[in-house]
Design a protein. Structure first.
Lengths: 435, 140
């Protein structure tokens, strides 16, 4: 087999792995331990950690701390749902298939899109997949990337593009949402990737971008990392809806919902294929829909799914554990709207309080539950000072944009329903002292 | 409704009256009956299974971005949601019921201790890769 693929040895096959990362001896694992011993060790290790609930917490930047009702934990721990594998056998997974169908319908309604997928790996790879899909649909190879897109999402797209030889026009980081992305869209553009609320928290009007994209035969890929925002702000599907009756590739839009609707922070970092959820708006042609569904979410199925065919939903299935799905069911429209109001109210309180700190400037006029402030000194230093007092102040932009000194004094802060007035007062007082 | 022709997807839903009364048993209890209506057939958009307090604030920073159209996202109360998902779970075969020898994804038993610790608030997965460096997340 080695000869057939043209390599001389197993070592050569894995030559991409750096030499010092290779394992040259058996793993040095300790002897078997009892459950009690393991439990004791883990408890000791856990004590070293600072968890999100241990103090005031204003970190978001793509994953947000939300209250998770106790019943959600109860449901997701049922072993019938724990299976993280694709339900290849519909006859023994009807429960999973039904909740997936309900979930996709919920996401489609929430985003005002017509088609919703059930699982991608995560938000960043899902965005990159959407770009690949746009290239296939438009038969073009140039993506225009907003400066408000999460830097890690941008980097994943860049990795894909570099490997595939596609081109990518990336606008400069755009904390205030003032970039001129319309100027970057031309007749060669395959897709425009815009995040709203942006990485910096700014709410972006997608309508003119959708219109310009459509006029040029390009797709709009609307990304958002905070699903709760859709309880209060206009969904992407509604912001290009005026054009849905016309035909042509420009009618199709793609929105990506990241996995953060109340997904407990403790579930982050798990290796299950997670649940970024691309939703699609099609132009009314059935064939178009099937193609849009089947292309990006290729799971090895031999044929594209048919509308209304429940059994074929299993093709999209990867993870059975969706806390967010159960929370959407508990919240409903009324609850989600109130949750979103609570998030926005707390963020407004925080913005007002921070704006009162000498030397601090709030950069965003319109935001949901997150915004960016300019500090009079490097944000990373301030964050570490506050962290030593038990306050997680947010994300210094320099953490993700280390090569841009002009962003070093920017701090992205988020306030969800879990933040209290006491948390905000504590944060503001500590910040005043730190500055 | 999911069906664009407004056609109910369960025959008994064509009857009028409260949802409970429309079910085929007197109490609405369906015991081990396999049929479970879709969430969109039993949920309501005017209530919520979660209480949320909205703090008082002055003004909004949403600008022109406030949602205008309804979402059509039905909710179930907590006991309703529990029953809905438990009934759905009973339509699944699972590793705790027997062997699950599924091709490349053959399932193994996970000691329950891992569940307990993975869900612990202080477990490394509850912390963030973008946390401050002074707030460590250690696993060794």
């Amino acid at each position: 087999m080695l000869a057939a693929i043209g390599v001389g040895s197993v070592e050569e096959l894995f030559s991409d792995v750096p030499e010092d990362k290779l394992l040259h001896a058996p793993l040095d694992l300790p002897r078997r331990k009892t459950e009690l011993e393991v439990s004791r060790i883990l408890r000791g290790l856990a004590r070293k950690n600072h968890a999100a609930g241990d103090g005031p917490f204003f970190l978001g930047a793509g994953a947000y701390r939300h209250h998770v009702p106790a019943s959600v934990d109860h449901i997701i721990q049922r072993s019938e749902f724990l299976t993280s594998y694709t339900p290849y056998q519909p006859e023994i997974t009807q429960g999973t298939l039904q909740y997936l169908f309900e979930f996709q319908t919920q996401v489609a309604n929430l985003t005002a899109m017509e088609v919703a997928n059930a699982s991608m790996y995560d938000g960043s790879t899902g965005t990159a997949e959407a770009v690949l899909m746009a290239h296939r649909v438009t038969r073009r190879r140039k993506a225009v990337i907003s400066g408000g897109l999460h830097p890690q999402y941008r980097d994943v797209i860049a990795t894909n593009s570099a490997m595939a030889g596609d081109s990518m026009v990336t606008l400069d980081p755009d904390p205030r949402g003032t970039e001129d992305i319309l100027a970057a869209i031309d007749g060669e553009t395959s897709c425009v990737v815009v995040q709203s609320p942006s990485f910096y928290g700014q709410l972006i009007n997608l309508r003119p971008i959708a219109a310009k994209a459509q006029a040029n035969g390009a797709l709009l890929i609307a990304v958002f990392t905070e699903v709760v925002s859709l309880g209060l702000i206009e969904p992407p599907g509604a912001q290009g809806g005026r054009h849905r009756r016309r035909r042509g590739p420009g009618d199709r839009q793609c929105a990506l919902v990241r996995r953060t609707l109340c997904r407990p922070l403790r579930h982050q970092g798990q290796v299950h294929p997670a649940d970024a959820r691309p939703a699609l708006r099609r132009n009314g042609r059935r064939g178009g829909q099937a193609r849009l569904c089947a292309d990006p979410f290729n799971t090895g199925a031999a044929h594209p799914p048919r509308q209304g065919d429940l059994e074929h939903l299993h093709q999209f299935r990867a993870s059975a554990r969706w806390p967010s799905r159960r929370i959407m069911t508990l919240l409903g429209e009324h609850g989600l709207s109130r949750l979103a109001e609570a998030n926005h109210a707390r963020a407004c309180q925080l913005a007002d309080a921070l704006a009162g700190v000498p030397g601090v400037e709030v950069l965003n006029e319109c935001f949901f539950n997150e915004f960016t402030v300019r500090l009079p000194k490097p944000a990373a230093e301030v964050v570490e000072v506050l962290a030593r007092q038990g306050i997680v102040a947010g994300l210094p932009v320099s953490r993700l944009e280390p090569t841009r000194p002009e962003l070093a004094d920017l701090l992205v802060v988020a306030a969800t329903e879990t933040a209290t007035e006491g948390d905000i007062a504590w944060f503001v007082r500590a910040l005043e002292e730190a500055l | 409704m999911l069906n664009k022709d407004n056609r109910p997807t369960r025959p008994y839903l064509e009857q009028t009256g409260p949802v409970e009364a429309r079910r085929p048993t007197f109490t609405g209890n369906r015991a081990l009956q396999g049929e479970e209506p879709l969430l969109f057939e039993i949920g309501r958009t005017d209530m919520s299974g979660v209480d949320v307090d909205v703090p008082e604030t002055s003004g909004s920073r949403l600008g022109q971005h406030r949602r205008r159209a309804p979402i059509n996202l039905p909710a179930l109360s907590e006991p309703e949601a529990m029953r809905h998902y438990v009934r759905l779970s009973q339509k699944n075969y699972a590793i705790d019921m027997g062997i699950y020898p599924l091709g490349s994804c053959t399932m193994k038993h996970n000691p329950r201790l891992t569940r307990r610790w993975r869900g612990s608030p202080a477990s490394p997965t509850s912390t963030r890769c973008s946390r401050p460096q002074s707030c460590p997340a250690r696993w060794s």
